[in-house]
Ligand binder design. Sequence first.
Ligand code: NI
Length: 177
Amino acid sequence: MSLLNILRYPDPRLHKIAKPVTVFDERLKKLVEDMAETMYDAPGVGLAASQVDVHRQLIVIDTSETRSDLRVFINPEIVWASAELQVYEEGCLSVPGIYDGVERHSQVKVKALDAEGKSFEVEAEGLLAVCIQHEMDHLKGKVFVEYLSPLKRNRIKAKMLKEEREMQRDKKHSAAR
Ligand code: NI
């Protein structure tokens, strides 16, 4: 297994639209394992393939406190969503250090395939419902900060770009040493 590099907002590759997975082979299983390892290492509760620059419809999620309930959703589709909405304080591994409230459906029913290509359905509420909708947005090229006001989003973008420049500078310094 290996850790994958997570793209950071506002990397334009985060806005690519993911294509459906059509081949269920060993390579796909390796990608699922690497994505899970990357998510647990970060640590985060969810990761979409888009965030590791693989533009296929694949997400991994673990919202359990014990970090022992890995869920894999391939080609996910929301087949039902509650009229009731809820606001959750969200964060994202592609926008580290930023948390803000986003309104989403409080319950969703999702149809997806597992890593073997077998179809399943799950009804989710609470954090799992939030997470599924957040990760599915990534597959459509959407990052949660796009729900925030333009003012907030621009501030976040500026902060992320500044951090990026600082990281590049630190890298150069350590390479020169
Ligand atoms: Ni995210």
